[in-house]
Write a protein that binds this ligand. Structure first.
Ligand code: CTP
Length: 394
């Protein structure tokens, strides 16, 4: 199931640390590569030899044990697909929330940008403490998956919530993150990406700043969910799925028309030029001391045209980039274009959208319900968009 996946297991000082030996064994049995990082206290509960034998790798404990050219906490993050912290103590959860880096595990977490799953484990009163609960909520909002502790007999002698979740439950959560359910298996999904370029003459064009990152992230994630993906893109992308390279809005229109016919979904993430040059010059235009007037004519609105011809079982998704009145304009746009969903983002914010690696979006459906995706990297945002439009949103 997990062949070739690189899992980093973080263990903190809690009695349930011994149970994580079984979790490591399960990961290994399913062909994952496992590395382990522990807090110094964790070794009071489980031995280094046990962890090394099970993971078949040296255990990482010391923050300044620099074996190679990179500091340990950076080296550990490099090839890791998922970081699983189990058991996660109240103390470590607090440090994760506030970015404290006082040991190798917390420093590694701070430097890690991909998926994180935590399985808290602590005394019931500690779990119910508002500080712990608020920290958990903050971590969840930042995209960290939490495997809730279970209720039962605790090592401290009381019966209550706080016991580490069953190893199987933690394993399944990690597996779901690494190998998502194939909800798009057998479905054809057409996605556009990048900004179109409209030629003025042999060397010049009218373009825009779209990097294509959002469209490509959507295509990557649709592929992971099992779809037959067709990416129609103005930017080059070397992918396992089919990529059709286009440049102008007209070329994109022709490619979309052809591919949409038997598709399940069309996602128009591209920034399509509304206009093209009426009389583009085959030769380079020379300056002659006068002003140059270029006449522009309207391009077809691909999203609107496809929404008109779409069948009931097809889903059409548009994007809308606005610099003001985001939700109001987005709601007007979904009505005007006739699509099923609009993903709206605010381009006045410099840290999201266009060339940035991050995005913050609002997804609006035909009933004008709004779903907010908080600022996150474009790959995670893409997965959330797909989960949302296919009704799998949590
Ligand atoms: N779009 C399209 N064809 C066009 C222009 C836009 O398919 N000729 C699609 C985009 O891919 C996007 C959506 O329409 O999914 C919204 O694009 P946007 O530029 O925000 O909207 P416009 O219709 O161009 O409206 P305006 O520029 O007036 O805001």
């Amino acid at each position: 199931m997990l062949t070739g996946k690189n899992i980093l297991v973080g263990i903190t000082g809690a009695i349930a640390a011994y149970k994580v030996c079984e979790l490591i064994r399960l990961f290994k049995k399913n062909n994952a590569n496992v590395k382990v990082v522990v807090t110094p206290n964790a070794l009071n509960f489980v031995t280094k030899t046990t962890l090394e034998s099970l993971s078949q790798n040296p255990i990482n404990i010391e923050q300044f044990d620099i074996k190679e050219y990179k500091p340990e906490h950076i080296a550990l993050t490099d090839e890791t697909d998922i970081f699983v912290i189990a058991p996660a103590s109240a103390n470590t959860i607090a440090k994760m929330t506030f970015g404290i880096c006082d040991n190798l595990l917390t420093s590694t977490f701070c430097a890690y940008k991909k998926q994180v799953v935590i399985a808290p484990c602590m005394n019931t009163n500690m779990w119910e403490n508002p500080a712990v609960q608020e920290n958990i909520e903050i971590l969840k909002k930042r995209g960290i998956k939490v495997v809730e502790p279970e209720t039962g007999f605790l090592a401290c002698g009381i019966n209550g919530k706080g016991r580490l979740a069953e190893v199987e439950t933690i394993y399944n959560k990690v597996k779901d993150c690494l190998v998502p359910e194939q909800i798009l298996k057998g479905k054809k999904v057409v996605i556009t990406a990048g900004g179109t370029k409209e030629n003025i003459d042999a060397v010049r064009y009218i373009g825009n700043y779209s990097s294509g990152k959002m469209g490509i992230a959507l295509a990557d994630n649709a592929y992971k969910l099992g779809a037959e993906v067709i990416l129609i893109s103005t930017v080059d992308a070397d992918k396992k799925y089919k990529v059709i390279n286009v440049q102008t809005a007209q070329e994109m229109y022709e490619a979309v028309k052809q591919e949409f016919e038997n598709a399940y979904t069309l996602i128009m993430a591209a920034a399509v030029s509304d206009y093209r040059v009426k009389n583009k010059s085959e030769q380079k235009i020379k300056k002659d001391g006068n002003s140059l007037i270029i006449e522009l004519i309207e391009n077809p609105d691909i999203l609107q045209e496809m929404s008109k011809i779409k069948r009931d079982n097809q889903v059409v998704v548009g994007f809308c980039a606005e610099s003001q009145n985001l939700l109001e304009f987005a709601k007007q746009k979904i009505a005007k274009k006739g699509c099923d969903f609009i993903c709206a983002n605010d381009i006045s914010k410099k840290d999201i959208g266009f060339s940035s690696n991050d995005n913050e979006l609002y997804i609006i459906n035909k009933e004008l319900d709004v779903y907010h995706i908080e600022k996150t990297d474009k790959q995670s945002a893409a997965l959330k968009i797909l989960e949302n439009i296919y009704g799998k949103c949590k």
